[in-house]
Design a protein around this ligand. Structure first.
Ligand code: NI
Length: 281
């Protein structure tokens, strides 16, 4: 839908395969065996506990928990890899884990869903191997969309997952057709607050912000699509009371390594922001 002259063309065939080369000849962005190996190494070094929510379509769906959080620490969840053509999220999770200072990790009770749609990731396709969209069909705003098989699993695990995001949720996406960055954010007030502004400012340190106008059929202003109730995973957690929720979008038209770095920086900024507020209150 092109309703604004500033809208960029965004037409992604959900069956089209996308892949990029990782830095230093490390291989292709959709090498799922390499991704799982590096995740396991990081989890071991960082003292993360791994729980298996799958298998889904024959693939692992891990939930990672950073152990030994102090009592009362803010509970935060980062979820990535809903769409298979957006690989900077799952690789960004690994970069984030590798570079997370222990002193910061100790201030929060952190959980990760590093790769929701593994069959899409391996194929480089937006949807899963059954042609389903893993980021639709959630909650009261599902609007008739049925959840994917991964979504059904996350819905079945809601009693376990929702408390892990009691103080905030970050979901990590990309927009392969774009050269600008933006974010969807959810807060309780009528206007975006410091959380939303912080995320966009962090993203803007890595890429130009999307112009005001329309993105993905949504009004966008200052790089933000605010409180968009679309049946996404982040929308669903917001409607269940998670006070701060956001979906970040890095632009697929830029260098892959730069996108991975931006994803990791946004994850770091998310927990720094909530940790700093928890100290203040
Ligand atoms: Ni996405």
């Amino acid at each position: 839908m092109m309703t604004n002259r500033f809208a960029e063309s965004v037409v992604v065939d959900p069956r089209q395969a996308w892949a990029w080369q990782r830095a230093g000849g490390a291989g292709a962005s959709n090498d799922i065996d390499a991704w799982r190996r590096e995740l396991a190494e990081c989890a071991q070094v960082g003292g993360w506990q791994s729980h298996e929510l799958g298998p889904v379509l024959g693939q692992s769906l891990p939930l990672l928990r950073k152990g030994h959080a102090r009592a009362g620490a803010p509970r935060l969840l980062i979820a990535s890899g809903f769409h298979g053509e957006e690989p900077a999220g799952p690789w960004g999770v690994i970069e984030f884990m590798r570079t997370l200072p222990e002193a910061l990790a100790d201030q929060v009770d952190l959980s990760l869903l590093p790769l929701v749609n593994a069959t899409g990731f391996a194929a480089g396709t937006r949807f899963n191997a059954q042609g389903e969209n893993p980021n639709r069909g959630y909650g009261i705003h599902a609007n008739g969309d049925q959840p994917s098989i991964e979504g059904s699993l996350l819905i079945a695990e809601v009693e376990r997952l929702l408390p892990l995001a009691a103080d905030g949720l970050l979901t990590c996406h990309e927009d392969v057709g774009l050269s600008h960055t933006y974010a969807y954010t959810y807060e309780r007030g009528p206007d975006p607050g410091p959380f939303s502004r912080m995320l966009v400012a962090t993203a803007a340190a890595h890429f130009d912000l999307h112009p005001d106008g329309v993105v993905d059929e949504c009004p966008i202003s200052d790089g933000l699509v605010y409180n968009r109730f679309d049946g996404s995973f982040e929308c669903w957690f917001s409607e269940q009371g998670v006070p701060l929720a956001a979906c970040i979008e890095t632009p697929g038209q830029h260098d892959f390594t730069r996108r991975v770095r931006a994803q990791a920086a946004l994850m770091r900024a998310f927990i720094e922001h909530v940790a700093a507020r928890a100290v203040c209150r």
